[in-house]
Design a protein around this ligand. Sequence first.
Ligand code: NCD
Length: 318
Amino acid sequence: MLKVDKHDSENGFYRRDVISVKDLDRAQFEALFAATERVMNMTPEQRRTLCAGSTLGYLFYEPSTRTRLSFDAAMASVGGSSLGISDVSSSSTHKGESLADTVRMMSIYSDVLVLRHKLDGSSRFASEVSSKPVINAGSGTEEHPTQAIQDLFTIRQEKRKIDGLKIGIIGDLKYGRTVYSLLYGLGNYDVDVRLISPEPLKIRSDSTYEIRKRLEFVESSDISDHIEELDVLYVTRIQKERFPDAEEYLKVKGSYVVGLDMLRQMKRDAIIMHPLPRVDEISPDVDATDNAKYFRQAEYGMHTRAALLAVMLNEKGV
Ligand code: NCD
């Protein structure tokens, strides 16, 4: 929903919701990347003018470390402030307040809302009741668009391009929402994608139609079929909390671990990414290698979010 009475503004993000990567095209990704680079090159003083006087309101109905803190840090870095609820069980939700009412309240106190919720469709719903733009910071197993923006920016920064790369995505492709947003985003580029997972954690068949409209991919349950040719290996955590049955989780627990042995088979300049948190799927001894980019990826997350907030809240953009 557009939260202003006029048509599109220059950058296309001004006062718009960010709910799904499916709504973003290549030109918008490129505009965000260029804005992020400009933000990164600014002095702290210049940066603080971008959203001076604006307030970000966050509502997190699911745990978060990086996403919430990076929004907080990003907003502070562009001169704004943030307030919100990071553990909704301590709020009036506990007394029975609906998501709609909580969102309505939050949109009175803030200029932009950031929502994480366990239900698919939650952010889209929130955007319909909010008078302020809504950013989806994770909706169930569905999407996590700002993670995809940071993931694509990381690839572009670390590989100097996105087109032409061979990208392997390994892990919980069934419940991992970052994977869906990443795939929709990669659909704007000319990439060769391999989806690698234990059989029970394959990509959801109700989404493959949407994904295939955007890109071609090959599915596999054996990483050794692909490891030598990958430019990027994107690793994800098994989403234990989303399994309807604990027994099913135990069957796949620990079924893949990226370690130094695997790294030795990879291209020397391949990069390893992970949205984090990591549990046991990347061995800690990989962290010190030049291939490990997951902590830098988290750092880029703060800058891409700062740029996004600036283009959403500042009509002049960055
Ligand atoms: C991800 C999420 O919440 O989907 N975390 C994050 O925001 N970086 C990934 C995960 O929880 O595994």
